[in-house]
Design a protein around this ligand. Structure first.
Ligand SMILES: Nc1ncnc2c1ncn2[C@@H]1O[C@H](COP(=O)(O)OP(=O)(O)OP(=O)(O)O)[C@@H](O)[C@H]1O
Ligand SMILES: [Mg+2]
Length: 353
């Protein structure tokens, strides 16, 4: 078949949690530099503060740290803070960049004492590299293989003590032997609205943007619990304020700007709303199969399942059930629609209503 269904699209999504080019360019300037400046994540911050203080008091290198959590929640930021707090240099690499154990050996053998090695996306490292890392983390030693075939010999190489900071969006994918070798694991949670407001005020200060408390609250509520999204929305609202008003971001300006960018009061964008609207208006709130729903919005199955649904599920607007996708009462509420005869039979069964 040869027809083009162009759906709401996923290019340049304003509410995407992963970094785009512009984010990468400006994020360095917006990153908090020490634990004090790092907003929210109280539990991780307090625990990490103890770990680092104790290591400093002992004059020792800090234990290895694993940071897990969704994109844009502050893992890279925190790894840099760890190095800064320890007064140590930081080396940055990532799982996908380490394809061979030799790549890792080269990095490890060039570390200096106390250095922080930041291994981003650690769950994507190759198997042999992973095994080399076990020994390096535990005994500060690697075996470098010299030669090939039967004549190959393993030459043990001592490493200076270093701190490995691993980051992963998928802690569940880490093999237990690797997970167990971290002295401390910090799980990054989504941020609450008050914390995001603080993030926005801080960034506005650094970007020289004037913003009212209510303007910041308006942006915070649409930022999906994610500082990276909050910072991105702030930049777009700033653009709007510059062009359309005197530059001051008030609640009205923020709301009007984000309406132009199609990010609604709960942080849903065009795609999210299209999925939800189809589910409610075309299928009476479900249950409906994923493929049918995808065709209805003119998107690929994967786009609906992987791009739109996770946030809708997290927000309690949509449920994935064995019989198909079902809208929750909150979904009807959010789109200002009335469910057929109160709540449909599916909802009654599923939500006890
Ligand atoms: N606690 C925080 N306080 C203030 N700003 C923060 C905080 N956490 C994150 N940010 C901001 O959000 C941006 C994204 O954070 P960061 O790059 O650390 O996320 P990440 O978890 O490493 O994401 P990814 O999984 O995509 O690598 C940073 O530029 C930083 O300015
Ligand atoms: Mg990162």
């Amino acid at each position: 078949m040869d027809f083009d269904v162009s759906g709401p699209g996923t290019d340049n999504r304003l509410v995407e949690a992963a970094a785009d080019g512009e984010d990468q360019a400006v994020e360095a300037a917006l990153r908090p530099k020490d634990l004090e400046e790092f907003i929210g994540q109280e539990r991780v911050r307090e625990q990490l503060d103890l770990v680092l203080r104790a290591a400093r008091a002992r004059g020792a290198t800090a234990d290895h740290v694993l940071l897990s959590g969704g994109p844009g929640l502050g893992k890279t930021t925190l790894s840099m803070i760890i190095a800064a707090e320890m007064g140590a240099p930081i080396r940055i690499t990532s799982g996908p960049a380490i394809q061979h154990a030799g790549d890792l050996a080269a990095i490890l053998s060039s570390l200096t004492e106390g250095e922080v090695l930041f291994l981003d996306e650690i769950h994507r490292m190759s198997r042999p590299a992973e095994e080399m890392l076990y020994m390096a983390m535990e005994d500060f030693r690697v075996d470098v293989i010299v030669g090939k075939g039967p004549g190959a010999t393993a030459i043990p190489l001592e490493l200076p003590p270093f701190t490995l900071v691993g980051a992963t969006t998928r802690a569940g994918l880490l093999p237990p032997p690797l997970r167990d070798r971290f002295g401390f694991t910090g799980h990054m949670e989504f941020y609450g609205p008050a914390e995001l407001e603080r993030v926005i005020h801080r960034s506005a200060g650094l970007l020289d943007v004037r913003i009212e408390t209510e303007g910041a609250a308006e942006i915070a509520g649409r930022s999906r619990g994610t500082p990276r999204i909050a910072n991105r929305l702030l930049r777009r609202v700033r653009d709007y304020a510059q062009v359309k008003t005197d530059g001051l971001i008030t609640r009205e300006v923020a709301a009007a700007a984000l309406q132009v960018y199609e990010v609604d009061a709960r942080g849903l964008d065009r795609l999210d709303r299209a999925v939800l609207t189809a589910l409610l208006k075309l299928f009476g709130g479900g249950p409906v199969g994923l493929s049918t729903l995808a065709v209805a919005v003119g998107e690929e199955r994967e786009t609906v399942e992987e791009v739109a649904e996770p946030f809708l599920v997290r927000e309690g607007l949509l449920a994935r059930t064995p019989r198909g996708r079902v809208a929750t009462p909150a979904a009807w509420d959010h789109l200002g629609l009335t469910p057929p005869n109160g709540a449909g039979p599916a909802q009654q069964g599923l939500f006890g209503g």
